[in-house]
Design a protein around this ligand. Structure first.
Ligand code: 3PG
Length: 394
């Protein structure tokens, strides 16, 4: 794929696909991270003499015009982050879009309405993509976090116009390549979260790629069950025990060492500050549930981090939203952040819950790279080709 450096943008209208699908409450943006991350791309296009026209989706309106899902609600936050005026068009194609583009002068940026208001967007409809393409001269895709969708404004447009990756897309791809494509070894992956069933492909791919795989969260319980260990009332997918055993066998064959909790924090209630105790992983009382990994498990994870060169992280190690069951996630996150800061570890993390957990631990800022992607990060960790990226390659 090309980058902005490979493109002549002087005097060009640059259709720029971004992901500003940001969390919002009562019409107000509550986390502007995704908006802030596209600023370098917009500024660089402008510096190269291009006029920026932003294409984006918001939420899942399913091909209908849903006023609450209008990108008009994001306009002010976008203008604030850019420090430039934003001209909003009430449609992403046709006359409203053309008029907005024609009216934008100076460093004004055009924001087109939610692409998903058109049913053709998610169908990657060529006629819709052609109407979008008619608005500009070149296409820049800066939406890595939407690259797992083969939509008209992601994959479709890239086939119709000269295309390049934006700065954020390029940074994401570079970081992910460094973490899993051609990493400096040893590589350790941390995978947590509630269920094995949602991360099967991911685990199956990782065991063939990484040297160490730390499994935490509810999904670790399923692996304990697979090893014949009783986990009381813990969240566990008992019907996935065979699958978990297959993953363990695949890991052994590939030379990947799996790290499961050796001690666990158990409680009788699933609530913050519930009475709790730390027991060996094979000693969960029948009436209790595992809510976090224990200190010996954390020490083992820290030892792995100490000798690893590359870390890729997705998913918390315990019920991190409930104190004090965020302890293992916090401690491991801080250890990774410290090793990164010391220059011994390249650390990459992604996925909605993961970024929230690393932020809560105060560790996110010291990671080498935090992906803005949720689903796209997971699909990439699964080893899947992302259509939005593939289309940039022609
Ligand atoms: C995301 O929030 O992960 C992206 O914007 C993609 O959204 P989607 O899952 O609705 O396609």
């Amino acid at each position: 794929w090309k980058t902005l450096d490979d493109m002549d943008l002087s005097g060009k209208t640059v259709l720029t696909r971004v992901d500003i699908n940001v969390p919002m409450e009562n019409g107000v943006v509550t986390d502007a991270t995704r908006i802030e991350k596209i600023v370098p791309t917009v500024k660089d296009i402008q510096a190269k003499g291009g006029r920026v026209v932003l294409l984006a989706h918001f939420d899942r309106p399913k091909g209908k015009v849903v006023p609450e899902m209008s990108l008009g609600h994001v306009k002010d936050a976008l203008a604030a982050a850019l420090g430039s005026p934003v001209v909003f068009a009430t449609d992403c194609i046709g006359e409203p879009a053309k008029a907005a583009i024609a009216s934008a002068s100076g460093d004004a940026v055009v924001l087109l309405e939610n692409t998903r208001f058109h049913a053709g967007e998610e169908k990657n409809d060529e006629a819709l993509a052609r109407e979008m393409a008619a608005l500009g001269d070149v296409f820049v895709n800066d939406a890595f976090s939407a690259a797992h969708r083969a939509h008209a404004s992601t994959a479709g447009l890239a086939h119709l116009l000269p295309s390049a990756a934006g700065r954020l897309m390029a940074a994401e791809l570079k970081a992910l390549e460094a973490a899993l494509g051609t990493p400096v070894r040893p590589v350790v992956a941390v995978v947590g979260g509630a269920k094995v069933s949602t991360k099967l492909d991911l685990l199956g791919n990782l065991v063939t790629k990484v040297d160490h795989l730390v499994i935490g969260g509810g999904m670790a319980n399923t692996f304990l069950v697979a090893q014949g260990i009783e986990v009381g009332k813990s969240l566990a997918e008992r019907d996935m025990a065979d699958t978990a055993r297959e993953i363990l066998a695949k890991a052994a064959a590939a030379g990947c060492t799996i790290h499961l909790p050796v001690d666990v924090v158990v409680a009788r209630d699933f609530k913050a500050h519930a009475a709790h105790e730390t027991v060996a992983a094979n000693a969960c009382p029948a009436d209790a549930m595992i809510l976090d990994a224990g200190p010996r498990s954390v020490a083992a994870i820290e030892a792995v981090f100490a000798q690893a060169k590359t870390l890729i992280w997705n998913g918390p190690l315990g019920a991190f939203e409930l104190e004090p069951f965020d302890a293992a996630t916090n401690a491991a996150a801080r250890a990774a952040a410290a090793a990164t800061k010391a220059g011994t570890l390249v650390s990459v993390a992604g996925g909605g819950d993961t970024v929230a957990a690393l932020n809560k631990a105060g560790a996110a800022d010291d990671f080498s790279f935090i992906s803005t992607a949720g689903g796209a990060f997971l699909e990439w960790m699964e080893g899947k080709e992302l259509p939005g990226v593939a289309a940039l390659n022609g």
